[in-house]
Design a protein around this ligand. Structure first.
Ligand SMILES: C[S@@+](CC[C@H](N)C(=O)[O-])C[C@H]1O[C@@H](n2cnc3c(N)ncnc32)[C@H](O)[C@@H]1O
Length: 220
């Protein structure tokens, strides 16, 4: 396989939005290493209760699943991702949790969720919403599959510190705080809070960088 060091920034960017094959696995592993500290912190703020049913959209390699299931007793985790490579890897990594019936992984998109109405208490996605070309669809699907009073949490790129490759021709759609708030309200969400969070990450070249992200928390 090509090494990730040989990818151009545009090739890297496209792998982030739809990781494929060995190189996609390596790119997502690198991203996970970079973001895991802030992702763990974000998951701890979901306030999960015993027996909650949680959906993660865009789970990537599925490394966060054990961390999610640690948050309370009896949780059930479902993951949805459009990359067959990621579904296979997440199932492999979390094989014991799948066998125990605690985790399930689905191939599909945020815009057309393969779930019935009002199934989940909580939905979250980290590093995914900036790939939504039609966020109104993804958010109305999130609203539909959440129970009334359920929680949605999104962590996504902030236009101010996004890398230069995060452009529409590479599948990235950056939005400001007012746009995210309006999109959530139009989908039916209430108590919408869009927060700027400063994070420490590692860029593709392995250099630590300070990056702002949006953390968007809303209720159905
Ligand atoms: C950059 S990775 C982030 C993975 C993981 N959340 C993390 O933080 O390490 C983005 C993931 O979102 C998935 N993805 C992108 N657009 C999606 C969509 N519209 N619906 C579902 N999954 C999507 C990609 O396949 C990829 O696995």
């Amino acid at each position: 396989m090509d090494s990730i060091e040989s990818l151009t920034p545009d090739e890297w960017a496209r792998q982030l939005g739809n990781p494929k094959g060995e190189i996609g696995l390596a790119v997502v592993e690198k991203v996970y290493e970079s973001n895991s500290k802030s992702s763990v912190q974000a998951v701890a703020t979901l306030g999960l209760h015993p027996n909650d049913h949680v959906l993660e959209v865009g789970f990537g390699n599925g490394r966060m699943v054990p961390e999610v299931l640690k948050q309370a007793e009896g949780l059930r985790y479902a993951g949805l991702d459009l990359s067959p490579t990621m579904v296979a890897e997440a199932e492999r990594f979390n094989g014991a949790l799948v066998t125990a019936g605690q985790a399930s992984f689905y191939l599909g998109s945020a815009e057309h969720m393969p779930f019935p109405d009002r199934l989940f208490n909580c939905i979250f996605s980290i590093g995914v919403a900036h790939f939504w070309s039609t966020p109104s669809l993804a958010l109305s699907e999130s609203f539909r599959v959440l129970r009334p009073g359920g929680l949605s949490m999104i962590g996504c790129l902030h236009p101010r510190t996004a890398p230069p490759f995060a452009r529409p021709d590479n599948g990235f759609y950056l939005r400001d705080a007012a746009e995210w708030e309006a999109l959530h309200r139009a989908a039916g969400f209430v108590h919408v809070q869009v927060e700027e969070v400063k994070t420490q990450q590692i860029n593709a070249a392995g250099t630590p960088v300070e990056r702002y992200i949006f953390k968007i928390v809303a209720h159905s």
